[in-house]
Structures are given as C-alpha cells and as structure tokens.
Design a protein around this ligand. Structure first.
Ligand code: NAD
Length: 260
C-alpha cells in the first residue's frame, strides 16, 4: 500500500521530519527531502536512506518562506518521481518571547514557515492527488495547535491555524480518496526544543534544568519526551489503507498533555 508512493517531507534534514523520512523510506516510499543544513551531511542522509531501504531519495533545498522555491520543490518531485502522492508539512521554527518584545520579523517568519508553506504545498499537489483518487497530506501541528503556552504567540497561532487548514482541506478532498490530518506532538527532544530551553529559562526567570523538568515534561504526564520514531510510525500508518477513514483529525501524540 505505501510501497512505491512518492512523498515530499518538508524540513526533513533534522528532528521529526528526518524521523518521518526514515519511517517512510523503511515502508518502501520514495522520499523528497527538504530543509537546511550542511550539504555534505544532507547528501550522506540522502545516500544512506536510499541504500538502506532501496528507495529513491532526492533533496531540494527550497526555503519554505518562498512560494517560488516551494513551486520548484514540487516540480522537482514530479520530475524525479513522476507524481506526488504524500505531502508531510513539517518544516517549522520557534521563537519564545513575551508578545510585547516579540520581533515582527519573527512573527512573519513563523507564520510563513509553520503555516503558509502548507497552503502552498497543498494548493500545488492536491489537484493531482484528487485526479488520481489517492493522496495523503500530513500536517505537523503540535499540542500547541490545541492548547497555548505563554511566550509562544506566533507558534501557537500558526499551529492553531494549521488545524483550521487541515479540517478545511479534508472537507474539500474527502470524496476523492485524499485524507488530510494533523499530528499534534507534545515535546520531542529535537534541535528546535533544545534551542528554546535557554530562552524559556530567561523568559520565565528559572534555570534550564527547571525548564526541562517543570515546563517541558511538567505538562507531559508520561514524563517522557515523544520520540521521532513514534511520529514516523504514525505518519506511515496514516498512509495505509487502514487509515482511509481518518481525515480532518488532529491526532495528539503528547504523553497525555492535552488530556488534562
Ligand atoms: P528541527 O529544528 O529539528 O527541524 C526543523 C526542520 O525544518 C529542519 O530540517 C530545518 O532545516 C527545516 N526548516 C526550518 N526553516 C526552514 C525553511 N525556511 N525552509 C525549509 N526548511 C526549513 O525541529 P523539529 O522539532 O523536528 O520540528 C519539526 C516540526 O514539528 C515543526 O513544525 C515543529 O513545530 C513540530 N513540532 C515539534 C515539537 C517538538 O517538541 N520538537 C513538538 C510539536 C511539534
């Protein structure tokens, strides 16, 4: 079922996107990687995934703030793989500051990368999926798509917006074999989270150890970070036949955070 399907995974040079790329390649899917990073490291990831799983793996470095580069990403995937069956909108950034001090450029960048880029990839690929009667769009929202935390105004706004986009596109494509869902992870120990620990400590006036214990894992009843492997497993499941009736959903993978 997933074998031979072609997936674009935005922001897949690191963290959750890379975990999803690993899981999708292991499930026999061809993967278009995207994201920033050291060119040699990205090429090593590309080669390793292709060799380990005998699938096609390509890379396009589109900046997800730039609509023309997103168009080029989709065009390259069409050229390299023939068609786009699955899109994982995962690229994301964070900034932790009280709203009075929040730089307007950061607000604009977070909205562009975390939300508007998904509008562009969706508008560019949904037509083909609908015409072929099969497709999967998986949007990486967050527990912060369901609930808020202080000092993350742009991120929380973008992630709540991602759920609105998910539901709307799900309704627009429900009769065409295309499902559109959002995954809402709790805290995963990726570079995105590691970078915000010092800023959160500063914004709250507490130590970095207290941030991990009380802020990050404090609200996560399992007291465990979610793993990229767990998220990769869910993303592959969403591509399966068994998940064909799951659409328009916001799926928490948060160790019980939003159950409280
Ligand atoms: P990460 O920093 O490890 O990875 C982010 C990826 O996005 C990288 O590949 C980076 O190069 C790419 N990226 C950043 N800006 C880009 C741009 N302008 N154009 C193209 N690519 C760009 O972060 P992560 O923790 O793996 O986060 C991935 C997604 O999961 C994000 O949308 C994030 O909001 C979401 N998420 C993360 C957590 C968590 O705890 N880590 C929790 C919930 C949701």
């Amino acid at each position: 079922m997933t074998q031979g399907k072609n997936a674009i995974i935005t922001g897949s040079t690191s963290g959750i996107g890379l975990g999803i790329a690993e899981a999708m390649a292991a499930a026999g899917m061809n993967v278009m990687l995207n994201g920033f990073g050291d060119a040699a490291e990205i090429e090593a990831i590309r080669k390793r995934l292709a060799a380990d799983h005998s699938v096609k793996v390509a890379y396009n470095g589109a900046d997800m703030t730039k609509p023309d580069e997103i168009e080029a990403l989709v065009a390259q995937t069409d050229r390299d793989f023939g068609q786009v069956d699955v899109v994982v909108n995962n690229a994301g950034i964070q900034n932790v500051q009280p709203i009075e001090d929040f730089p307007t450029a950061k607000w604009d960048a977070i909205l562009a990368i975390n939300l508007t880029s998904a509008f562009h990839t969706t508008r560019l690929t949904l037509g083909g999926m609908k015409a072929r009667g099969w497709g999967r769009i998986i949007n990486l929202a967050s527990a912060h798509g369901l609930v808020a935390s202080p000092f993350k105004s742009a991120y929380v706004a973008a992630k709540h917006g991602m759920l609105g986009l998910t539901k709307t596109v799900a309704l627009e494509s429900a009769e065409h074999g295309v499902t559109v869902n959002a995954i809402c992870p709790g805290y995963v120990l990726t570079p995105l989270v590691e970078k915000q620990i010092p800023d959160t400590a500063k914004a709250r006036g507490i130590s970095e150890e207290a941030v991990v214990r009380d802020v990050l894992l404090g609200g996560q009843p399992t007291k465990q970070f979610v793993t990229t492997e767990q998220l990769g497993g869910l993303a592959v499941f969403l591509c399966s036949d068994a998940a064909a009736s799951i659409t328009g959903a916001a799926l928490p993978v948060d160790g019980g955070w939003t159950a409280q």
